[in-house]
Write a protein that binds this ligand. Structure first.
Ligand code: NAG
Length: 411
């Protein structure tokens, strides 16, 4: 009899404990810039929730590596003097720091596309509506790759050589985006395959202004992937399964401070690197491991990248008939924005990505060789990119950007 009583008490006690745990298992923060962030258990994110539903996502097989909190950014410069480079921090990082161990921060109050496809708030609970890899981009009526324009530099392999990573320091700006369904981004990408053969495997990370997605015009962190040139797969941020976030201190979709023309220059370090031990492509932002894309998500990229690309991408939505959009790229200035008679662009006016590096077959980070770096400008009179060799800090680097519509860029 006593025995049953003890068991019964233990059951009641553990029930209460579980209830109080689940009540506290979501934390909410409202930040000074209006962002609302929830800390949710790491296994509640779309990629891990969908394990039962999606045969493609064998994420269980990828090694789970908890986030490394030890490599905080050291830079604490005060952004008031001119001539200053500042490692950018998210508002969440400044005001809250990070979520508790085992939780990740998720941005709640995002724009219309998010509430249809991603994380939504119902009665104070965070609900992930999409639990598949089905591509929400495809259902966007205005998603058409022909409207995308680029000003980039890239390295492509010859023969059987592969790249096992790409990285760079991305200068952060807040370009004006003319229409809600356009965006302007700065990014680092690794890829294999091709658009034409519908087997393009692409992993991208960077910053973008995307009002349709985020509901405002802040410059925000984004990640994206596809394994079939966006035909049936692909996802941005944590809107659906694919990218697995492990870091409790980085908000995917979180806003950053941006550069001032002629003044403080904000930047963020981005790295995408294949790790053999976990069979995944890991993303680092500002020296922190943010999370990974498991190799099981991919096809031709599993054995390494054939291309690493850096630079800007915008959408030209052609809403004013055939007129080119006035959506800007980078700072809105062309790559060759100069001051006085100086030979090089002015680094406080034109947007840059510095320290362009790739991982070679010996698993070493090496500078992108300037001579091998290709430049791709979709419409050189609207946006352009240029490449340069610099000192030990700038290394191989690029300038890119432009105003869009102008007298030389009409359509
Ligand atoms: C961003 O939006 C605000 C409010 O609508 C507006 O005042 C501001 O000029 C916009 N900034 C840019 C860079 O588009």
């Amino acid at each position: 009899m006593e025995h049953y009583l003890v068991v019964c008490l233990i059951l009641v006690w553990s029930f209460c404990l579980q209830r109080s745990y689940s009540a506290e298992s979501t934390l909410h923060y409202k930040l000074s810039n209006g962002e609302e962030i929830s800390c949710v258990p790491i296994y509640e994110q779309p990629s891990l929730k969908s394990l039962d539903h999606d045969p493609y996502l064998m994420i269980k097989e990828a090694t789970f590596i908890p986030s490394d909190q030890s490599t905080e950014e050291q830079t604490q410069e005060i952004p008031d003097a001119t001539q200053i480079k500042v490692a950018a921090k998210q508002v969440f990082q400044t005001e809250v720091g990070s979520c508790p161990e085992g939780m990740i921060p998720i941005l709640r109050n995002q724009g219309s596309r998010i509430s249809q496809h991603g994380v939504d708030s119902i009665n104070g609970k965070v609900e992930h509506k999409v639990t598949s890899t089905k591509n929400p981009l495809i259902s966007d009526p205005y998603f058409d790759l022909r409207d995308h324009e680029y000003a980039t530099t890239s390295l492509s392999t010859s023969g059987t050589a592969r790249y096992f990573g790409g990285r760079g320091e991305v200068n952060l700006w807040n370009p004006i985006v003319e229409f809600r369904d356009e965006f302007s981004s700065a990014r680092v990408a690794v890829s294999a395959g091709s658009y034409d053969q519908w087997n393009l495997n692409l992993l991208v990370a960077g910053m973008k202004v995307d009002m349709g997605r985020f509901g405002d015009n802040y410059t925000r962190l984004f990640v994206a992937w596809t394994r079939d040139a966006y035909h049936t797969t692909g996802c941005v941020n944590l809107e659906c399964a694919g990218f697995v976030q492990t870091n409790s201190g980085v908000v995917i979709g979180g806003a950053y401070g941006t550069s001032v023309p002629g003044g403080s220059q904000y930047f963020q370090y981005f790295s995408i690197e294949w790790h053999q031990s976990s069979d995944a492509w890991w993303l680092q932002v500002g020296q922190r491991d943010v999370g990974y894309w498991p190799n099981s998500l991919l096809t031709v990229l599993r054995t390494g990248a054939t291309k690493v690309e850096w630079g800007g991408e915008i959408i030209n939505g052609k809403h004013s008939g055939t007129r080119h959009t006035q959506t800007r790229m980078g700072s809105g200035e062309f790559a060759d924005a100069r001051s006085g008679g100086v030979a090089k662009p002015n680094w406080q006016r034109a947007a840059w990505i510095s320290a362009l590096q790739t991982v070679d077959q010996y698993n070493q980070w090496v500078d992108a060789p300037l001579a091998s770096l290709s430049i791709y400008n979709t419409k050189v009179k609207c946006y352009n990119a240029q490449k340069f060799q610099g000192d030990a800090e700038w290394r191989t680097h690029m300038y890119y950007g432009g105003p869009g519509y102008n007298r030389d860029c009409l359509t």
